[in-house]
Design a protein around this ligand. Sequence first.
Ligand code: KG4
Ligand code: ZN
Length: 333
Amino acid sequence: MDIILAIESSCDDTSAAICVDGKVLSNVTASQAVHAAYGGVFPEYASRAHMVNIIPVVDAAIKQSGVLKEDINAVAFTRGPGLIGSLHVGIAFAKGFALVHDLPLIEVNHMQAHILAHFIEEPKPAFPFLCLTVSGGHTQIVLVHDYLEMELIGETQDDAAGEAYDKAAKMLGLTYPGGPMLDKLAHTGDPHKYEFPFPAIAKYGFSFSGLKTSILYFLQKQTALNPTFIEENMPDLCASIQYRINSILVSKLSKAAKDYHIKEVAIAGGVSANSGLRAMLADAGAKNNWNTFIPDFQYCTDNAGMIAITAYHKFLRKDFSNQSVEPEVRMDV
Ligand code: KG4
Ligand code: ZN
C-alpha cells in the first residue's frame, strides 16, 4: 500500500490528509479566526497559528484515517504559491517528519492541487479538460492534458476573483472573508438590479480592478444621496455584484471551451464554493453540452486532500524533493 501524509499551510488554513493508494481517507483542517479583526489575512499571525495547529491537525488526520504512523511511505507538502511564513511552517514540519521516519518528500504546487481535487471523488473529468481555478490569490483558465501536465491559457492581470469578492464585501461593510457572506446575502437579491461593467480584456484574460473601482464609485455616489442606501439594498447589491463577477468568469471559460473544442469543463479553488457560480456553470454546461465538474465544498477551499491526491501521482512517478527544498511564493501551474 502507498500511504501518503500531506500537509497544506499556504495561507490561513492548516490542513493534513492521509491518502492510501490514491484514496483520501482523512482531511482535517483548522481555520484561523484571528484574521477577521484585520479585514484580511495577517501573515505573521497566520504563521504563528500554523505553528500551534500543525501537530494536532496531523495527529487527527492520522487517527481518523486508521493508518499507523509507522506505515506512512511519503510526506507531501505545499511548496507554493502562498505566504512565505505560512509555507515555511508546513515545509519544516514535513522535512522533520521525513527525516525522523526516513521517508521521501514530495513538493506540491498549490494551484495544480486545486485542479486535481477533482480526482478525489467521482465523477472525475476525462483528459483533456478545462479548469477555471478561482481563489483568493489566483484566477486562471488551465488546459489540463494529464495529472501533472497543465497549460495556463488565461489569467488575471490584476486582482483575483476571490479578492474581488472580498473587497466588494468589505465595501458593503461585511466582515472578512466576505465572499461566503456576500454569497449568502445574494440568495434573496435581484442579480439584474444594478448593472456593473464588464471589462474589455482580450481572449481568456481577466481584470477585476476596474470593476472594484466602479463598485466603489457607485456606492459612494448612492450613499451621498442616501446614507442608508447599502443597508436598504444589501441583497440586490450582493446579487448584482455576484452576477457580474460570475458572468465574467463563465463567459471567458465558455470562450476557451469553444476555441479549444473542449466539452469537459471544471471549476476549482475557494470561489468555486460560490452558489451563483456553481449554478451558472451548470447552466452553461446544459446549454453547451459540456460535462461539468464542481468539487465538493470541503475540496473547494484550501485543504490537504488535494495536496495528497497530487502527491500520489508524483509518488507513482518517483518525483521526490530533497531536504534542501525551500518555499516558492510564486509558481506557475
Ligand atoms: O482557494 P482558497 O480557499 O484560498 C486561496 O488559495 O486563496 O480561496 C479563498 C477565497 C477567498 O477570497 C474567499 O472569499 C473565496 O475564496 N470564497 C468565496 C466563497 N467561498 C470562498 N467567494 C465567493 N463565494 C463563496 N461562497
Ligand atoms: Zn487555494
